[in-house]
Ligand binder design. Sequence first.
Ligand SMILES: [Zn+2]
Length: 344
Amino acid sequence: MTQAFRFALDPTPAQQRALVSHAGASRFAWNWGLAACQDRYAAEGKWWSAAQMHKRWNAIKKADPALAWWEENGTARILSATVARTAHRWHVSFTVEIDRAVPDRHARPGSTAGIDLGVKTLLTVVDDHGTVTEIPGAKALHAGLRKLRRLSRAHSRKAKGSANRAKAAARLARRHARITNVRNDALHKATSTLAQRYETLVVEDLNVTGMVANRRLARAVADAGFGQARRMLAYKTGWCGGRLVVADRWYPSSKTCSGCGGRKPSLSLSERTYRCDACGLNLGRDVNAAINLRDLAASGAESRNACGGGVRPGRAGRPPVKQEPGTTPRAGQAGAVAAQAATA
Ligand SMILES: [Zn+2]
């Protein structure tokens, strides 16, 4: 299988000028052709020493448990290298072909967990024993968001076309990149642990309407994280011999009572506790949703709808789910739009 690795580069001012001349003034990533990339990679000593590179690699390897395999059975062949710039930081990406031993069976067969994705709590996980694990949103993320708001206001106050506006834009972009890094790091650690611990993981589908309708900053950043989390879970469950089940986008995981199966017609985002009038259940909103998602795996519905899952719940009796191909990293789940923006 092929896999990409990304490293940050810290070129000297002279090297930076050379890179910028290649990339033009564009602030967007600019990719070299494959041949040029290989040439550059061969000449990588220009940018950083072998010792620095080694140090970087070791740091990344330690930070992400998913890379532990590298030391055990790391045979890799570099297929291409790409240099890109995001917010004034240069990155080089290597696409490598690796031999990864994927187990036939997960180390903990039968283990299941449902995962609710949220803003304040990044992931709320409930497993088949009822154990609840909450992975908080990184503190740096919240602090970063405050600063981002301030920088965003500062940017909009500057006169259009002015040097000060350009400077403010650069600061804003750097802050964005930093928040993304912190969030992705937290997501990598959490998703690796989950994929190792549970054979079957169930998540909700991405709420496309919510992403478009709610322009609040924290929400926008979190929504980007949802796609990342699901993408990571999809390929990491594959590596561990497990699977990721994605609930249909119409499945009302938040509005359904995990105790009696009753369903509320509406549930506003401000209601953090699920209170059931029918059975008296009183449970945290995210925990209730995670339990419903976990139970989807046991319903067996996914086998009937494995090829698309676009069936609306209620018609066939059971909520449809679909299974992500475990070993295929996928781009964020796009597609039809769900009509549950404010209530899901
Ligand atoms: Zn109930």
